[in-house]
Design a protein. Structure first.
Length: 715
């Protein structure tokens, strides 16, 4: 069984780091202890981009020095001194120490920069064999013909196997749409996939585009205006602005980097105005040259109008443009959109289960956080689902939309004025895609009157007039919920700006509860280091009765099962078993017995203290014969005060990711966000909502009569 996988390549810029990132995602879901290693780094382990990326993303405790063999300079010196075997042994010694404390190691080979190209591929093969790694070669096809690419794969793989290497799979990266079909057929006809599969990854231009931050570092520029988010914008091309503004305005390109002398305030103002146009095109940033500062009034206007990042350099315009053109795009720790795009590309084009089988990765019997997130994304992606996001101008929502579309999780509907949403997207450093995102303005949508009439008919007996109904349908929460109710969207996610009451009140009014469900409740999905637990109810019912505790527990168990978590229900209280007395513990005891009668197939125990529910050692003392104590996955709290405080305590103290609140019991999914939610929270909640929506049938009379408003050219 291979304990490690070596990614080797035969040239520079093959996208090897992107593939390494995808393999790390797979390994982290399957193995408990995963390590990352680079045999040769450029300058130092601390500065290596791949090591920095993996340590930051996966919170690795190993030091950079433990994750690298030698520097490029050291490798050159040893090769020049004819110490080939000594070089491999030195790398081997560091690697074996790392491997001793890992279940699996992902090794990213050399990058064909600075060593002797003629021997570098052979060196990688020898390193991999002596480290005991299985091999997954990575080739690039973007600049080759089909015949050249097939020949390159044959020669490379034959060389690796001639050295005694075990190839588990081959990756051909940067495959253009034009050559895709022909290349796949040619590789098959040549028998290159006879022993191990070949995976083909399409060319994605975004991964080749440097960010504003990379340009800043590459040319040594100073940041005059902008923030961390805007620095992560990708740059599609460089534009030197030497014309007068009217002529330049006709030549602005979306996501371009404008390079112009610092005294050209007209160009700077023109770039700011371009960002404010709903249709774009908007530049990604501006570099001011010559060390000349624009007037404060112009800088303030740009900063307040659009948040456009502005860099300044003392170089002249020609020199700055030349340096910028030489900056290489990287998938680094400060490139979140590239990371999400890379992972999405890997997951969509490589059979992860097949690759895991070839690596003899263990089957995951428990749901780890990374496995949970992966299964969420995969299940959400499996069926086309539309999720409505009413808070269309919220920056975190827009950044989440960017991630969701890059990973193709779901189609999305944003509510609000298109011009305001586009302006907010530019300010947030987001380019809304042309496909998969629809913008609907409740104020001028042809659906508004239709929805108003329907709401009026449903609520007229509650004193709602038609005028009140029209006003309600101007509110994004009501309009969005009506989209869900009518089957025009699969679910809704809101709450980053709105209160919980604003988010869920419309659902209570006309989405209603599922048949057989008495109350709407909520759970948080708590992603701990090695497990995912379900906490309920932490957001909706303040002081549940025994009947309501039964409803909460039953719905929470169903939610757990829906997301691949085996439900073992702990009914929590301040005492365990028969040790305590009092109204509160008696209520929990009564609810436990009622739940057992209602759901005899469901493992349930109560009353239980939290430590007895989660810790096998405590459970062995307090309730040794229980099937749930010490192994609980669903924790039902006796009241909202206890549940809300507990989830926040675990979240903050244990560093857990709390996804939710996820509402349960509604006919159709409407989920609430915390107003302090992160972009990752939004992404996960949308994925959860999409999964929930897949189990809900669309009414036969639901018709998609929305008016699509194109998002226009990406800013």
């Amino acid at each position: 069984m291979p304990k490690s996988l070596y990614l080797a390549t035969n040239a520079n810029a093959t996208g090897k780091r992107m593939v390494a990132l995808g393999v790390m995602e797979l390994a982290m879901r399957r193995f408990d202890r995963v390590a990352f290693f680079r045999p040769i780094v450029r300058h130092s382990p601390e500065d290596d981009q791949s090591i920095r990326l993996m340590r930051a993303r996966y919170r690795m405790e190993t030091t950079p020095a433990q994750m690298a063999g030698v520097t490029r300079r050291e490798a050159r010196q040893m090769l020049a001194a004819d110490q080939y075997d000594g070089l491999i042994q030195r790398i081997q010694a560091v690697f074996k120490t790392l491997e001793e404390n890992a279940d699996f190691v992902v090794v990213e080979g050399t990058s064909f920069q600075g060593l002797v190209p003629e021997i570098e591929f052979e060196l990688n093969a020898d390193i991999a064999i002596n480290l005991g790694c299985a091999l997954m070669p990575v080739y690039a096809a973007s600049h080759d013909t089909v015949e050249d690419c097939v020949q390159s794969i044959r020669i490379g793989n034959d060389s690796l196997t001639d050295h005694g290497g075990q190839i588990v799979a081959t990756v051909v990266n940067q495959v253009t749409e034009k050559m895709d079909t022909g290349l796949r057929q040619a590789c098959h006809d040549a028998g290159l996939d006879a022993q191990a599969p070949i995976y083909f990854l399409p060319e994605v231009a975004l991964l080749r585009h440097p960010t504003v931050r990379e340009i800043q570092n590459g040319i040594g520029a100073t940041l005059l205006s902008g923030d961390e988010v805007t620095l992560d914008r990708e740059i599609s091309r460089l534009k030197v602005a030497a014309m007068q503004l009217p002529s330049f305005a006709e030549r602005i390109f979306p996501s371009s980097l404008v390079i112009t002398p610092g005294d050209r305030s007209d160009i700077l103002a023109g770039c700011a105005l371009s960002c404010l146009r709903p249709e774009g095109p908007a530049p990604a940033g501006v570099v001011l040259t010559g060390g000349i500062l624009p007037p404060d009034s112009i800088r303030d206007m740009v900063r307040h109008a659009c948040g456009l990042p502005i860099l300044m350099t003392t170089d002249d315009t020609f020199t700055a443009a030349r340096k910028a053109s030489q900056v290489r795009a990287e998938i680094g720790e400060h490139a979140p959109r590239k990371i999400e795009s890379a992972i999405g590309l890997f997951e969509q084009n490589i059979d992860n289960d097949d690759l895991a089988g070839r690596l003899q990765a263990p089957v995951a019997f428990k749901v780890t956080p990374l496995l949970f997130e992966y299964s969420l994304i995969q299940r959400a992606r499996a069926v086309d689902t539309r999720i409505v996001l009413p808070e269309g101008t919220e920056p975190r929502i827009l950044q989440a939309v960017d991630v969701l579309r890059r990973r193709k999780v779901a189609d999305l509907i944003l509510l609000g004025d298109p011009a305001e949403i586009q302006a907010a997207a530019v300010a947030a450093g987001v380019a809304l895609p042309d496909e998969g995102v629809e913008i609907i303005n409740p104020f001028d949508s042809p659906l508004h009157e239709q929805f108003s009439q329907e709401y009026y008919e449903m609520r007229r007996d509650r004193g709602v007039t038609l005028d009140v109904a029209r006003d309600r349908m101007h509110e994004v929460s009501y309009f969005g919920t009506m989209l869900v109710h009518r089957g025009l969207a699969g679910g809704m996610v809101s709450g980053s700006r709105h209160t919980t009451a604003n988010t869920i009140r419309p659902a209570f009014e006309f989405v209603k509860t599922r048949p057989g469900v008495g109350v709407v409740s909520s759970v948080f999905l708590m992603c701990l280091r090695h497990s995912v637990l379900v906490y309920g109810d932490c957001a909706v019912i303040p002081n549940p009765s025994a009947d309501e505790l039964v409803e909460i527990a039953s719905s929470s168990a169903d939610t757990a099962a829906q997301f691949g978590i085996e439900p073992r229900v702990a009914m929590l209280s301040y005492s365990t078993g028969e040790s305590g007395k009092g109204a509160d513990v008696d209520r929990v005891r009564q609810a436990t017995e009622m739940l057992r009668r209602r759901r005899p197939e469901l493992p349930v125990e109560g009353p239980l203290q939290y430590d007895a529910a989660i810790d096998p050692r405590v459970a062995a003392q307090k309730m040794p014969d229980s099937q749930v104590a010490g192994r609980a996955t669903v924790f039902v709290f006796p009241d909202l005060n206890t549940g809300n405080n507990t989830y926040k305590a675990v979240q903050r103290s244990a560093g857990a990711v709390a996804i939710g609140p996820v509402l349960q019991g509604l006919n159709k999914p409407v989920n609430d966000l915390s107003r302090g939610c992160t972009v990752a929270d939004i992404v996960n909640t949308v994925a959860i909502t999409a999964v929930q929506a897949q189990s809900v049938s669309v009414p036969e009379n639901a018709t998609s009569s929305t008016t699509t408003i194109p998002t226009g050219t990406s800013p």
